[in-house]
Design a protein around this ligand. Structure first.
Ligand code: HEC
Length: 118
């Protein structure tokens, strides 16, 4: 019982921290680049690619997405991943116009990071 309550409080606490993180990092991207990029990924990309990049969201499954951490995707060059993210491909929207080239690059960096943590 105590354990359950603790877990519940932890979950709520984490949700609050995450919520405020989104709120704080988005308008002031310069503060913490890594957190900002992660937040951006979670906001813009996770709906299809999933928080972990595996593409196991309902949308990801429908689109038949590859796992961003897979060898197949990681074997692509940075230039290629940047190109897809910037310009889009098939059902994937392009993000260069809305996010700018720097953020597109940072997001590709984050995709590389995810693969390392696997
Ligand atoms: C509407 C769903 C959707 C969203 C949102 C989305 N993607 Fe994609 N993404 C796709 C699809 C579909 C493909 C596969 C394109 C193809 O090969 O035809 C893809 C492919 C990619 C690829 C190339 C790897 C591969 O599987 O071929 C990268 C890198 C990528 N997305 C990054 C991102 C990033 C970064 C974001 C957020 C800024 C993002 N995507 C948002 C649907 C999405």
């Amino acid at each position: 019982m105590v354990n359950r309550m603790t877990k519940l409080f932890l979950t709520i606490g984490m949700a609050a921290v995450f919520g405020s993180l989104v709120w704080v990092t988005v308008p002031t991207v310069s503060g913490a680049p890594d957190d900002a990029t992660k937040t951006l990924y979670n906001q813009k990309c996770a709906s299809c690619h999933g928080m972990d990049g595996a593409g196991t969201t309902p949308m990801g499954k429908k689109l038949n997405l590859k796992d961003l951490k897979s060898k197949e995707v990681q074997a692509m060059t940075d230039a290629k991943l940047i190109e897809v993210t910037a310009k889009g491909k098939g059902k994937m929207p392009g993000y260069e116009k809305s996010l700018g080239a720097d953020k597109v690059k940072a997001l590709v960096g984050y995709i590389r990071e995810m693969a390392k943590k696997k």
